[in-house]
Design a protein around this ligand. Structure first.
Ligand SMILES: O=C(O)CCC(=O)C(=O)O
Length: 294
């Protein structure tokens, strides 16, 4: 059974049904080309900075990555973090198991020609929990370039989410490449085996992976340090909540209290306009005022 590709007009309930059934689903052309171009342009500087860093076997030798402070470098990517369709699907998969979920990580990944295939893996192996039927997280790979079999379109082992235990492995040779045009999104469950493909083409293949985890788990990235409050202020209340600036649950049983409350008072305030300093880093208008008075 091939990876199911749905039209952008599909409803979230149908997409969720396929995702639960197969462990992965593609929705074609979900993001507007202008947004994809803006994110790609903003990420370029970070990708190029990564050329100087040493990579691991998992990360690849010819793959550029941008994860820490991705939203500082590419604030336009916030629209891909809380895309309405994505939020509806994440609600359906994760909210039965938590009061709120949160962004685990955001990683820009550019696989260059000659790169070998990344080892297949499950994102939820971060957590020492395996309960059949309980998804700890979901992942969404946004294609920033067209994904093809030749250029390393994400490899997915369909139905592998049904093999929950390390002693009950799916057949990992039965993977399939994700083929989708730029602006499309591959949704996959945290328990689905997947990995980047080998790039046998002449051009790089860029994508942006976001993961979302149950609100009572530790986030993969520490967004409070990467995007401290004065930076987080430029994002919308929903985006700030996804970053983790809200408690899980309410009252005495909540986790992540701030000053005895469920969330900081500024969480619901409208976003502050962003500005960029001479290095292109994003700050808030308060930072701009402080800089002007120096
Ligand atoms: O680049 C890809 O297609 C997938 C990458 C991935 O799954 C990862 O780095 O965890």
């Amino acid at each position: 059974m091939p990876l199911c590709t749905l039209e952008p007009s599909v409803d979230a309930a149908t997409a969720t049904q396929v995702l639960r059934r197969d462990g992965a689903v593609v929705i074609k052309n979900l993001a507007k080309p202008e947004l994809v171009n803006a994110v790609s342009t903003e990420l370029r500087v970070q990708f190029d900075a990564d050329r100087t860093t040493k990579h691991s076997d998992f990360d690849g030798d010819l793959t550029l990555r941008c994860s820490a402070s991705l939203l500082r470098a590419a604030p336009s990517a916030a629209a891909l973090m809380d895309h309405d369709m994505l939020v509806e699907i994440a609600d359906a998969i994760l909210l039965p198991h938590c009061a709120t979920y949160q962004l685990g990580s955001m990683t820009g990944i550019e696989i260059h020609p000659g790169e070998r295939a990344q080892p297949l893996h499950r994102d939820d192996s971060l957590y020492p929990i395996e309960i059949s039927g309980l998804e700890l997280q979901i992942g969404v790979m946004w294609a920033l370039d067209d994904f093809t079999e030749e250029n390393g379109g994400t490899r997915v082992v369909l139905n592998s989410h049904r093999f929950m235990r390390s002693w009950h492995l799916p057949n990992l040779s039965e993977w399939e490449s994700t083929v989708m045009p730029a602006g499309s999104a591959l949704f996959y469950l945290g328990s689905t085996w997947h990995g980047g493909g080998a790039n046998n083409s002449e051009s790089p293949r860029a994508g942006l992976i976001n993961t979302y985890s149950l609100g009572w788990l530790r986030q993969e990235s520490n967004h409070y340090l990467e995007l401290p409050p004065n930076t987080a202020m430029q994002f919308t209340p929903r985006q700030r909540a996804l970053l983790g600036y809200t408690a899980h649950g309410c009252g005495d049983d909540s986790i992540g209290k701030y000053d005895g409350n469920d969330c900081p008072a500024w969480l619901d305030m409208p976003p502050e306009p962003a500005w960029r300093d001479e290095r292109g880093q994003v700050g808030t208008s308060e930072d701009a005022k402080a800089q002007a008075s120096n």
